[in-house]
Design a protein around this ligand. Structure first.
Ligand SMILES: [Cu+2]
Length: 129
């Protein structure tokens, strides 16, 4: 669809140009660019699902609670620059990490965004921040 709009626009602006209306030609091009700019697909059917973030982010925090039924730890974490502010939140962990977790211990870990939410990986105990 966009190439059609673009071609039609170019033809129209060329026509205006030949008719010695260069200003009109520019106006037509600007209008078309505005239309194309708004034509970006925004519906969920056209946009890929939220991509998993392949990059992990270093995180420091304290295990506030262990929630085996959710395979998650409630962690009070420091700010993760560029990712999220300091907060207390549920973070998913794998079974060995869950089993090894101790309440009220400081941790360092890698925060990873997956398609099903935020995960903590490489969890190690550390002095509480
Ligand atoms: Cu958070």
């Amino acid at each position: 669809m966009l190439p059609d709009v673009f071609n039609a626009t170019l033809l129209t602006s060329l026509r205006f140009h030949r008719m010695k209306h260069p200003r009109l030609a520019i106006v037509v091009i600007l209008l078309a660019l505005a239309v194309i700019g708004q034509a970006e697909p925004t519906c969920t059917c056209c946009v890929a699902p939220p991509a998993a973030d392949k990059v992990g982010h270093p995180l420091r925090g304290v295990v506030v609670a262990i929630l085996p039924e959710k395979s998650a730890l409630l962690v009070k974490h420091e700010e993760v620059p560029g990712v999220m502010a300091a907060m207390t939140m549920l973070l998913k962990v794998d079974a060995p990490t869950l089993a090894a977790a101790k309440k009220n211990t400081g941790i360092t870990a890698t925060l990873v965004k997956k398609t099903d939410g935020w995960w903590l990986e490489s969890v190690q105990s550390a002095p509480a921040p």
